[in-house]
Ligand binder design. Structure first.
Ligand SMILES: [Fe+2]
Length: 288
């Protein structure tokens, strides 16, 4: 049976993303071979499964197919009894917000500020805005493949420095980090040229607003600007904009893309999205 399984996938864009209809993700690992899903994910970096009917336990089980769940630092927004499920929402119940309203704005890759950033991130849209509120993605692989060898070769020698404390200190309307949250997030260093641990594909790797410096260069200021130019070019050339349908389940591979949330009318629309992520490896450098 497994050998005959063909995943019904259509490309979402020329750069990244696959759309999958008519399968129930609760059957992955039994009727649907996990390897077919992973192969598709590695080929397209982002998969969208339409019309899923998931309870919290189903989302946790789906997450565990891909590795160890990685609970978010801000545990105050997790589902009760489910530290691995983080709630993104503008909904207020009994005077209390049920989730984080503003999370993920500005292009970034998830948890670059950790020594082992998230390998995968999963979002499940229970209530989504009819207008706007899209999640945007851009392919770091397409960017890398388009770059000249001389640039790649220089980047292979450099590392980025990432800081959660810096990132968090620039957010407004947030509680200060606790001592424990600070202790869990010291600055970290990652290669700009990163190898995927399973496919060995080489790609550009850069976080977002948690990226604060270039290490290993004679001219860090110039390199810093250049890295941001590469980042901008990625988002301008190799993007896909996902407009949410109710009960979309998205999974993406943070090793090959960057993404950002976008605004919607929080006064007239409701958004309720559950998010999980999966622990990744310490980024592997492709340094020669
Ligand atoms: Fe994110």
């Amino acid at each position: 049976m497994e050998n005959n399984f063909v995943l019904p996938l259509k490309e979402l864009s020329p750069h990244l993303g696959g759309n999958i209809e008519d399968i129930d993700v609760r059957e992955i690992g039994t009727a649907i071979p996990l390897e077919s899903i992973k192969d598709a994910l590695f080929r397209h970096q982002l998969l969208c499964f339409r019309d899923q009917r998931l309870e919290p336990e189903d989302l946790s089980n789906f997450t565990k197919l891909f590795g160890k769940p990685l609970p978010h630092v801000l545990q105050q927004f997790s589902l009760p009894g489910r530290p691995e499920i983080y709630v993104l929402s503008n909904i207020v119940e009994n005077g209390e917000p049920i989730g984080n309203t503003r999370e993920g704005f500005g292009w970034h890759t998830d948890l670059a500020y950790m020594a082992q950033p998230a390998a995968y991130t999963i979002l499940y849209g229970i209530e989504v805005p009819e207008v706007a509120g899209d999640t945007l993605f851009a392919s770091l692989y397409c960017m890398w493949d388009s770059m000249e060898e001389v640039v790649k070769s220089r980047l292979r020698k450099l590392q980025g420095r990432y800081s959660y404390n810096y990132l968090y200190s620039h957010r407004s309307n947030v509680d200060p980090l606790t001592a424990e949250q600070k202790a869990r997030t010291p600055d970290v260093y990652h290669p700009f040229a990163r190898l995927h641990p399973e496919t060995r594909r080489e790609g550009l790797y850069i976080g977002g607003d948690d990226f604060i410096a270039v290490e290993g260069s004679d001219d860090p200021n110039q390199d810093y600007t250049e890295i941001w130019q590469l980042f901008d070019e990625t988002t301008n050339r190799f993007f896909y904009h996902h407009h949410w349908r109710v009960r979309d389940l998205l999974i993406w591979d943070n090793r090959g893309l960057i993404h950002t949330a976008t605004d919607y009318d929080t006064e007239s629309e409701r958004r309720l999205v559950w998010r999980t992520s999966v622990v990744g490896e310490a980024p592997i450098s492709s340094k020669e």
